[in-house]
Design a protein around this ligand. Sequence first.
Ligand code: FJE
Ligand code: FE
Length: 297
Amino acid sequence: MSASDQASGFTRPRLVTKKVLAKPQREGDGAVVRRSIGRSELKYVDPFLMLDEFAVSSPAGFPDHPHRGFETVTYMMQGAFTHQDFTGHKGTIGTGDVQWMTAGRGIIHSEMPAGEGTQTGLQLWINLSAEDKMVEPRYQELLSKDIAKAEGDGVEVRIIAGESMGVKSPVYTRTPTMYLDFTLQPRAQMHQSIPESWNSFVYVLEGEGVFASLNSSSVTAHHALVLGPGDGLSAWNKSSKPLRFVLVGGQPLNEPVVQYGPFVMNTQAEINKTFEDYQYCKNGFEMAKYWRSQSVD
Ligand code: FJE
Ligand code: FE
């Protein structure tokens, strides 16, 4: 065991089992996303259904659409997004802010860029267990200034969910989840423990990094790396520019998944029921009857 392993307390480093490049594709109304989790080569990393890196300029965006059965986590990288939902909840998140939305039994909302130019960020979809799929919708909003941070030895981490370097996020994760945003200066390295039974992946945002084993080749922006079994991850920045990536991990649900776009349930019968609820504005979709988002221009 090396000194750094001892410091972070893991002994079985995870290796990379899959590397996927997220190429730009169109989604919503004229928006462009780089989808990593959720594309055909990487359908589901239980409990994670989707990871999109979005880049959107007005008038493109994600107009009125429903969700049921999972959570969406929106993390702004640059610029701002305004969301409005059918319960009257409305707000704008800016650079570095996080909106953690538990859609549960049902949300209908719009998500539209709020500023001039290109607004960028990440949206992660986390599945809910059968037990939690029909919970009341809930928001947890974290402003950038309130996000827990830790730093040292050329490493800075923003703790969206979970714990790193002894610092904990206040976010409540119904499906136990870690979501860490690391920036490594040139020559810096990181060692992060990850619960052994969890699935985990890395998504590279900026720069290039060496992940999992020191002799592996470096990985550049827009790549997702699925990690294999083990209890931690190491990464190194051997380049001359900062390296930024997110490390996401979660306890697998090990349940059947039947997805129809924005509805994610356990069985086809539940999906059929969801269509019915949506169509007839029932069981969580009551407010859909007359609601339309307002133009934010
Ligand atoms: C959605 C197509 C979509 N990625 N990233 C179908 F585009 C969406 C959707 C999003 C989305 C929204 C934001 Cl703010 C960022 C995204 C897809 O809204 F929900 C379905 N069903
Ligand atoms: Fe949405």
